[in-house]
Design a protein around this ligand. Structure first.
Ligand code: AHM
Ligand code: MG
Length: 335
C-alpha cells in the first residue's frame, strides 16, 4: 500500500536531508529537534501570556542593562535545558546571559556544535500581544572534541555558521531554518503538536516594496541613511515604487515578512548609539545567514555582516538587510 504523505514534519525533513549527506552524524538533526521542542514549550507559554502571571518585569535587568521580562527567563531556561541535555551542543551563549555556558560533561564535550541564541526577541511586545520570536545560530566548534568549549568557538565570523534559524510566535507559530543548502519554513500544526514543512526552499524576492525602519530615530541617523529613507518615501511607480513602510519592532516578524514578500529592514547606528541596538552574534548574524542563503544581502554599511570578526559576545552592529536589488540600491547611498 502506498501512503500518500504530502506534509513532512521537521524531524522527517531533517532526517531526509541527513540521508543525502554520506558523512553526516545526525547531530544537527538532533539539535534542530531539541530547539523545536523548546520552541513548542515556549509557544505554549506565549499563547497563555495574557492568562497567567508571566507578564511584566521579572524585576532584574539583563546583561545589556534592559528589563528582563518573565517570559525571557522562561524561554532562556527552556533552550538551555534542551541543549544541555541533548547530544549536539558543547555550550550556549545567550542574550540573557553575561557569559557563555560551557556544559562540560562527557557527552557535551564530545559534541560538534555550539549555539548562540536570543531566546525571546522583541520582548517589549509580549504585553501587547504582538509577534515575538527566538533567533539561533549554530557553529561547528573550533576547539578539540573531548575538551570543554570556550569563547573561541563562539567568536567566529558569521560565514562559519553551519545553520541558523528563528521561531516566530505569531498568528501561527513557525520555525524557519537555513543551512548552506537552503532555507525551509515549518508551521506548527497544533492538532499534532509538530512543526510541518509549509514553506519549502524559501527565496527572498530580489525586489520588494516594503522598507522597515524606526522613523522615530530619523534625525539621529547619518545623513546618507536619511537620504536613502527619503528615496524610499518618494519612490514612484516608474521607479519600482511606491514603497510602503512597515515596522513592528520585533525583528523576527519584520525580517520574516520582508524575507517572504521582499523588502529591506534597517537598524542603523544613531548619534547616541553609533553601533545601533542589535547584537551581532545572536540577532544579526543568524538573519544575515538566512537571508543570504535565500538570495538577499546584509551589511553594516561598511562590510558584509557575515564578514565581521566578532570580538565580544554581546557586541552590537548597525544592520541593513533584505532583498538583493534593494540592498544594492541602498549601498549606492551609504557606501
Ligand atoms: P530586544 O532584544 O530587547 O527584544 O530588542 C530587539 C528588538 C528587535 O526585535 C527590534 O527590531 C528592535 O528591538 C526594535 O527596537 P526599537 O524599538 O528601538 O525600534
Ligand atoms: Mg533581542
Amino acid at each position: 500500500m502506498i501512503v500518500n504523505r504530502k506534509v513532512l514534519t521537521l524531524d522527517e525533513f531533517t532526517i531526509q536531508q541527513l540521508r543525502s549527506i554520506p558523512k553526516a552524524t545526525g547531530e544537527l538533526s538532533s539539535l534542530l529537534r531539541d530547539i523545536g521542542l523548546a520552541a513548542k514549550r515556549v509557544n505554549v507559554e506565549v499563547n497563555k501570556a495574557g492568562l497567567v502571571d508571566i507578564l511584566g518585569d521579572a524585576g532584574t535587568i539583563n546583561v545589556q542593562g534592559e528589563d528582563v521580562k518573565k517570559l525571557d527567563v522562561y524561554a532562556n531556561n527552556q533552550f538551555l535545558g534542551v541543549l544541555q541535555h541533548g547530544i549536539s551542543s558543547a555550550g550556549m551563549g545567550s542574550e540573557e546571559l553575561a557569559d557563555i555556558v560551557v556544559f562540560n560533561d562527557e557527552i557535551s564535550n564530545n559534541s560538534k556544535y555550539v549555539v548562540m541564541i536570543d531566546p525571546l526577541d522583541g520582548s517589549s511586545n509580549i504585553d501587547v500581544n504582538v509577534s515575538i520570536g527566538t533567533i539561533f545560530s549554530v557553529y561547528r566548534r573550533v576547539t578539540e572534541k573531548g575538551t570543554p568549549c570556550n569563547h573561541s568557538d563562539f567568536l567566529q565570523k558569521g560565514t562559519e555558521q553551519v545553520a541558523a534559524g528563528y521561531i516566530i510566535y505569531g498568528s501561527s507559530t513557525m520555525m524557519v531554518y537555513a543551512t548552506r543548502r537552503g532555507v525551509n519554513g515549518f508551521t506548527l500544526d497544533p492538532s499534532i503538536g509538530e512543526f510541518t514543512l509549509s514553506h519549502p526552499d524559501i527565496k527572498c524576492p530580489d525586489k520588494g516594496k516594503i522598507y522597515s525602519v524606526n522613523h522615530g530615530n530619523f534625525f539621529k541617523y547619518d545623513e546618507k541613511v536619511r537620504k536613502y529613507i527619503n528615496l524610499c518615501q518618494n519612490k514612484t511607480k516608474s521607479d519600482g515604487g511606491p514603497y510602503t513602510q512597515r515596522y513592528i519592532g520585533s525583528m523576527v516578524a519584520d525580517v520574516h515578512r520582508n524575507l517572504i514578500k521582499g523588502g529591506i529592514f534597517m537598524y542603523p547606528g544613531t548619534t547616541d548609539k553609533p553601533n545601533g541596538k542589535l547584537r551581532l552574534l545572536y540577532e544579526c548574524n543568524p538573519f544575515a545567514f538566512i537571508v543570504s542563503v535565500a538570495g538577499g544581502k546584509a551589511t553594516n554599511g561598511k562590510q558584509r555582516i557575515l564578514d565581521i570578526q566578532p570580538t565580544e559576545l554581546h557586541q552590537r552592529t548597525p544592520l541593513f538587510i533584505g532583498s538583493k536589488l534593494m540592498m544594492e540600491e541602498l549601498e549606492t547611498y551609504i557606501n
